[in-house]
Design a protein around this ligand. Structure first.
Ligand SMILES: [Zn+2]
Length: 89
């Protein structure tokens, strides 16, 4: 198994560790990454890879925004009234 000790970001070659982090970062942020081993690897990778770390941070921020923007579901009352209205026709 060949493995590069250091990642040369300017070469444009994506490290296989980066690809793995890329695949799992979303689940990791959402707390859906339940595999201890994978999670530990992602955490370790994020701690020393700046590009993946900033990507994770970005995902986290987008996530927060989405949660804040989530609108409450339409009130049941309204739906019922609408249904009654239609039924009454
Ligand atoms: Zn990386």
């Amino acid at each position: 198994m060949t493995k590069h000790d250091h990642t040369d970001h300017e070469s444009g070659i994506i490290d296989s560790d980066c690809l793995e982090a890329f695949d799992h970062v979303y689940a990791y942020i959402n707390g859906e990454l339940h595999d201890e081993e994978t999670r530990a690897r992602i955490e370790h990778h994020l701690s020393h890879c700046k590009s993946c770390y900033s990507r994770a941070e970005m995902e986290r921020k987008i996530n927060e925004r989405l949660k804040m923007a989530e609108k409450p579901s339409p009130p049941e009352q309204m739906k019922k009234r609408l249904k009654d209205l239609i039924d009454g026709l």
